[in-house]
Design a protein around this ligand. Structure first.
Ligand SMILES: Nc1nc2c(ncn2[C@@H]2O[C@H](COP(=O)(O)OP(=O)(O)OP(=O)(O)O)[C@@H](O)[C@H]2O)c(=O)[nH]1
Ligand SMILES: [Mg+2]
Length: 369
């Protein structure tokens, strides 16, 4: 019997027969890989060298099964969330899945938030929101997995709480779990970019076990894909535009009531009622914002979607869902969040509406900044 071989990049089981199926690796690539003890499947190879994604679909069932296993394990659970997309990166019911295991909550992608933001305040905000979501983490930490030199606090926490056990890194897709593990491997073993990471959702396909020095493992896991996220409705090129790569420059708009902002052609914000005030938009710097009068907004959108209002780019427009409206009456400083795109902060009482493509969540929350 041949031993099961796994791709070190994504965890998938390697096979050399079916070219179009998961885990395919040409025979000669497999032999070469085995010599170096580093086998990558063809999908990872393409992703790593050409940034090309081959679509696969993991089902939510696979993910649920993994979560169900967690409760039975005696392990430390590290839940990574994307601090830029807090609401979109919560795993519903996580606290029920982890049983009695200790939990660390890591707010990753700290680097995309404005530098002016105080870490202490952000950590506090994160703690409060986590508590509301039913999570009871031992510690809450902030990280930037892409940056070297910010891992020492996390490493110390992991050592403190794991007490000679395995460590599971869990979280929804794209929050940076694999990037975080790569950074840990780099700093502890000096190996670069071992696990495959990408801006596309669904990169890691199965568990990846990284041995620790006491015979236990640090385990990377595939992330669940939240269907109510903007990324689900965008093409690959547009995905690049909406995901912030570097520090977001907040954009401030002085609006009178009955004015509207368009976030590209992806979302819309109506200031319906209230005193003239400033609104601050936090979206990736490449997302262009346009202002118009509320009465003309429908017409403006119909005319300019795919043109002035991009993304979606023209060839994606036909498949792009219509915008759906959610109205809110805001009393205190509040963020209106467009899942996976960003948010707008409202300081003073106002009646507003947020529009997002059908299927994408629009919610309000206590202001982050
Ligand atoms: N700006 C920024 N980007 C990050 C950070 N960490 C990860 N990323 C980016 O986020 C994207 C997703 O990272 P991955 O590590 O593949 O995410 P994942 O959670 O492993 O995703 P799945 O394997 O699909 O579950 C990549 O484009 C990373 O470069 C960070 O700290 N800051
Ligand atoms: Mg991953």
């Amino acid at each position: 019997m041949t031993e099961e071989i796994r791709c070190i990049g994504c965890g998938v089981q390697i096979q050399t027969e079916a070219v179009n199926e998961l885990g395919y690796t040409p025979k000669n690539a497999l032999e070469k890989g085995l010599e170096n003890d580093e086998v990558y499947c063809q999908r990872c190879f393409r992703l790593r060298h050409y940034n090309e994604i081959q679509d696969v679909s993991l089902t939510d069932n696979d993910f649920l099964q993994l979560l169900n296993e967690l409760g039975q394990k005696d392990a430390l659970i590290v839940n990574v969330i994307d601090i830029f997309d807090f609401n979109g990166s919560l795993i519903p019911g996580l606290h029920r899945f982890i049983g009695d295991n200790p939990l660390l909550l890591v707010g990753n992608k700290m680097d995309v938030l404005p530098k002016s933001l105080k870490k202490g305040k952000l950590t506090q905000w994160l703690k409060e929101r986590a508590f509301e979501a039913g999570l009871r983490p031992q510690e809450v930490l902030l990280t930037s997995a892409r940056k070297a030199g910010e891992m020492s606090d996390l490493l110390a926490m992991i050592e403190k709480y794991r007490e000679g056990r395995d460590v599971y890194i869990v979280g929804v897709t794209n929050v940076g779990k694999s990037t975080l593990i790569n950074q840990i491997i780099k700093q502890t073993a000096g190996v670069q970019e071992l696990i495959t990471t990408s801006r596309f959702p669904g990169t890691t396909l199965d568990k990846i076990e990284i041995p620790l020095d006491d015979g236990h493992f640090l385990i990377d896991t595939p992330g669940i894909i939240h269907r109510q996220q903007m990324a689900h409705y965008l093409g690959k090129k547009d995905l690049k535009i909406i995901a912030p790569h570097k520090e977001i420059k907040p954009k401030v708009y002085q609006l009178n009531p009955e004015q509207t902002l368009f976030l590209g052609g992806l979302a819309r914000f109506d200031f319906i009622q209230g005193e003239r005030q400033s609104f601050v938009a936090y979206v990736a710097n490449d997302v262009e914002i346009h202002r118009t009068k509320l009465v003309k907004a429908d017409e403006f959108y119909a005319k300019h979607r795919g043109g002035l209002l991009q993304p979606p780019r023209p060839e994606e427009c036909a498949d792009f869902p219509e915008l759906v409206r959610f109205e809110f009456s805001v009393k205190e400083k509040t963020d209106i969040v467009f899942a996976g795109l960003g948010w707008i902060t409202i300081k003073n009482p106002a009646v507003i509406a947020g529009w997002a493509p059908k299927g994408v969540d629009v919610i309000t929350r206590k202001a982050l900044i």
